[in-house]
Ligand binder design. Structure first.
Ligand SMILES: Cc1cc2nc3c(=O)[nH]c(=O)nc-3n(C[C@H](O)[C@H](O)[C@H](O)COP(=O)(O)OP(=O)(O)OC[C@H]3O[C@@H](n4cnc5c(N)ncnc54)[C@H](O)[C@@H]3O)c2cc1C
Ligand code: FES
Length: 287
């Protein structure tokens, strides 16, 4: 359990699967200030690493923001163990990043792949509130991993859920969902796609020929989140941008996804060693 005190109390938690969980955290000022597309930098305990997480939802009336987290390494695995209702996050900086530009699009496809379903939600909701016709395309590996489909159904004019193994909805990837929507609608103004880099790259390939504007949210390794360290540099149309202050949303047709994927793998060995060290210490404390 986290034994320090801060103002950032975890007021709700829901586990969507063995690795993905939702935390609702009290922060009234952040809940009032947050805009779709922005992120926070979280430190879960005084000795913890600072990690960027997207604001997946915010509720000014409740004074809370919502984070959806996938446990992939040391810090997120640790948070899965320690972040319980009634405990506190040690640090919560934000909202950071440029809010998503909602523009004047009248008909939009909002695509979320796996964990990307959470960060695309605030954009889909804001587009709906601005009067756009919103088609949601959500992709998961299998039926048991599906989350927030009802939440999307409430704000989308149409919803296409896809599973890689065909256990629910359309059998296929989100790109199949995009193609299905494009068969019916020849007047899509914009696609918003959020998920793993490979998925966002495939979505951009699916819309390139038709020339449909496609916005993606990039997740390079971030350190300070304020444009100082240069860690989050990404190539967009041969220009180097810092995702934390110039993004994280960019025109997907301009993004060099291969460069992003190489940079994301840069510290694999160190990350694996940190996870191993943490899991061994964790087991020792349980003996
Ligand atoms: C703008 C932005 C928003 C994000 N939103 C979410 C979200 O809503 N939910 C979620 O689960 N994850 C999100 N991430 C990714 C999340 O920050 C990483 O999964 C987390 O930092 C991994 O830390 P770890 O110690 O658990 O794993 P590690 O073993 O340290 O890393 C696992 C992988 O996570 C990535 N990663 C590691 N450190 C960082 C870092 N400092 N910044 C970015 N990526 C990193 C790398 O690809 C790495 O290979 C977001 C990243 C960015 C940049
Ligand atoms: S995280 Fe340091 S410049 Fe973006």
């Amino acid at each position: 359990m986290n034994e320090f005190h801060s103002d950032f109390e975890i007021v709700a938690r829901e586990d969507f699967s063995d690795v993905t969980f939702m935390l609702e955290v009290r922060h009234p000022m952040m809940a009032r200030a947050a805009k779709p597309g922005q992120f926070v930098i979280v430190t879960s305990h005084p000795d913890g690493e600072r990690i960027p997480l997207t604001i997946a939802d915010f509720d000014a009336a409740r004074g809370t923001i919502t984070l959806v987290i996938q446990a992939v390494g040391k810090t997120t695995l640790e948070m899965k163990e320690t972040c319980r209702v009634g405990t506190h996050l040690y640090g919560l900086a934000g909202p950071m990043g440029i809010p998503s530009h909602l523009g004047n699009s009248k008909k939009v496809i909002c695509v979320g792949g796996g964990l990307g379903v959470a960060p695309v939600y605030p954009q889909a909701r804001a587009l709906k509130e601005s009067g756009a016709y919103v088609i949601g395309v959500l992709g998961f590996r299998t039926k048991d991993l599906i989350f927030w489909d009802e939440k999307f159904r409430n704000i989308c004019d149409e919803l296409i859920v896809c599973t890689d193994d065909g256990s629910a909805g359309l059998h296929g990837f989100v790109t199949d969902g995009i193609r299905k929507a494009l068969e019916v609608h020849d007047d899509i103004d914009e696609v918003v796609a959020i998920g793993p880099p490979m998925m966002m790259k495939a979505c951009c390939d699916a819309t390139r020929e038709a020339g449909i504007k496609t916005m993606v949210s990039l997740n390079p390794i971030m350190v300070d989140g304020t444009g100082m360290c240069g860690g989050c540099r990404v190539k967009v149309g041969e220009i180097v941008k810092f995702a934390c202050v110039d993004g994280p949303d960019f025109d997907g047709h301009q993004v060099d996804f291969d460069d992003l994927m190489v940079r994301l793998r840069r510290y694999k060995e160190e990350e694996a060693a940190a996870t191993k060290r943490w899991s061994e210490t964790c087991r020792m404390t349980q003996v």
